[in-house]
Design a protein around this ligand. Structure first.
Ligand code: IMP
Length: 210
């Protein structure tokens, strides 16, 4: 397998993800540049799975930049809602289609949806991240990470991004919104699984390419 060296595009326009992916890549000595910094357009997420969307984002960036590109497609899946919002997690937060995102409203919408179906706590949920590495020649490889937990209402904590304030990882007492990035994203030195879905997907990617 080709090892990664030199320049790598982080194929995201999401500030929260970019921050986390930069942190994860930092110890590996790559020259990571974001899709935004390169002025790349954000492709439309037309896929119906996390894998399909991660691949299309990574490929679009790799081919436009002529560099290897790493994309993440991720989302929150609520078991009681049949896995929603899932691949639509970002779109659930749009105030109007394609418009700005309001995650406080999206978290309220989730609580309302659970109330409407008569669900009672604990509200089982998991985050998924699929990370895809694409090369300019069209080769792609994907890695998946998941973290299971429950949803808490009202949201707790101002750290993190997106749905972090309502997600309580299994066995822990603080939501992702109450954790410092270093805790949510930590990669254990002994090779045991990381906590967050994105860090878990990254561990698999790093074992293959770094
Ligand atoms: P997409 O992968 O660009 O479709 O966006 C995924 C969406 O899922 C993000 O905009 C967030 O709303 C949500 N999401 C993914 N990962 C996380 C996370 O680590 N914390 C909180 N929300 C997340």
């Amino acid at each position: 397998m080709r090892k990664l060296e030199g320049r790598l595009v982080i194929a995201t326009h999401n500030a929260g993800k970019l921050w986390e992916m930069r942190d994860l890549l930092a110890p590996h000595g790559l020259d990571a540049v974001s899709a935004g910094d390169l002025g790349l357009a954000e492709p439309e997420e037309t896929g119906e799975t996390f894998h399909a969307n991660a691949e299309l984002k990574a490929l679009a960036a790799a081919q436009a930049a002529g560099l290897p590109a790493l994309a993440d497609d991720s989302g929150l899946c609520v078991e009681g809602l049949g896995g929603a919002p899932g691949i639509y997690s970002a779109r659930w937060a749009e105030v109007a289609p394609g418009g700005p995102r309001d995650f406080a409203a999206a978290m309220e919408k989730l609580e309302t949806a659970l109330t409407e179906i008569g669900a009672t706590p604990p509200f089982a949920a998991h985050f998924v991240s699929v990370m895809t590495l694409a090369w300019p020649d069209g080769t792609v490889e994907s890695f998946e990470g998941k973290v299971f937990g429950t949803l808490v209402f009202p949201p707790r904590g101002m750290l993190g991004f997106g749905y972090d304030p309502i997600f309580l990882p299994e066995g822990l007492t603080r939501t992702f919104g109450e954790m410092m990035a270093a805790e949510k994203q930590a990669i254990p030195a002994d090779g045991s699984p990381a906590l967050s879905h994105r860090a878990r997907a990254f561990q698999a990617f790093a074992r293959a390419y770094l």
